[in-house]
Ligand binder design. Structure first.
Ligand SMILES: C[S@@+](CC[C@H](N)C(=O)[O-])C[C@H]1O[C@@H](n2cnc3c(N)ncnc32)[C@H](O)[C@@H]1O
Length: 243
């Protein structure tokens, strides 16, 4: 059995052992990430058997994070807290990282495409999708923004949690978000919506401009102050004007 298959086996066993999964043996101390919302505890740590893999527990689900892939964070939790998927919807999880948003969305969605530009993220997402037995529902693909999508593919919901500029100043990240809003209309079904996590109060004016300049509007914006991090994070529900 390869090392990777062994990890999947162990993790699946732990997940099957009850609704509160026991963490596998960690190289260091596990700790709880301070999150002020209702999403239950998150514990982090590198695996003792292979420190290239981290494990995170969120809402009683385990997520494995390989190498440089982005670990689920308080922003991930806030996005989860605000995400509503209706039964039978088609979802695109852009910037999937460990696949966490896609995996939680899978309880309601008909089908999910989970994409990311990073090879370690893709490795982690594929691992976690298999771990949670969702290979038939979640299609993991690698590439920049729209590149991994098939011709004519459209979604009811686009979840976007790619990195964002922290403030209103110039940053190359703005051009990624600009390209997203310029192109997303082609892949959004009529009446579709964007769940957008761009966690900083400082960049709200620029995001509002980006949204409105590209023919969308902000239906809802939710903000939470993270006391420990002394940071305000923001979730947006966005729709096309006139949709
Ligand atoms: C902040 S992480 C979010 C991960 C996950 N969705 C979550 O909620 O924890 C952002 C992810 O977006 C990916 N990303 C950044 N730029 C991208 C791009 N242009 N196209 C696709 N994915 C991108 C990164 O590799 C990273 O995995």
């Amino acid at each position: 059995m390869t090392h990777r298959l062994f990890l999947v086996f162990i993790a699946a066993l732990l997940t099957a052992c009850g609704s509160q999964p026991r963490l596998p043996e960690l190289a260091g101390e596990a700790y709880q990430l301070p999150y002020g919302g209702p999403i239950r505890s998150m514990y982090w740590g590198a695996l003792k058997s292979d420190p290239n893999w981290f494990v995170v527990e969120m809402q009683s689900k385990l997520f494995y994070v390989y190498g440089q892939a982005v670990k689920p964070s308080v922003q991930s939790a806030y996005l989860l807290e605000n995400t509503i998927i209706n039964p039978g919807e088609d979802v695109w999880d852009l910037g999937t990282g460990t696949g966490i948003q896609a995996i939680f969305a899978a309880s309601k969605a008909r089908h999910i495409v989970a994409t990311d530009i990073g090879p370690d993220a893709i490795k982690s997402a594929e691992f976690n999708v298999k771990l949670h037995g969702l290979q038939d529902k979640i299609d993991v693909r690698m590439g920049d923004l729209f590149a991994p999508l098939k011709d004519g593919e459209q979604f009811d919901v686009v979840i976007n949690n790619i990195e964002y500029p922290e403030n209103n100043e110039d940053s190359p990240l703005w051009s990624v978000h600009q390209r997203f809003f310029e192109g997303v209309g082609k892949v959004l079904k009529l009446g579709g919506r964007i769940l957008y996590q761009s966690g900083s109060i400082d960049n709200m004016p620029r995001i509002r401009k980006l949204v409105y300049d590209n023919g969308y509007y902000i239906v809802e914006a939710h903000l939470r102050h993270m006391v420990v991090q002394d940071k305000d994070i923001v979730f947006y529900l966005i729709q096309r004007r006139g949709a």
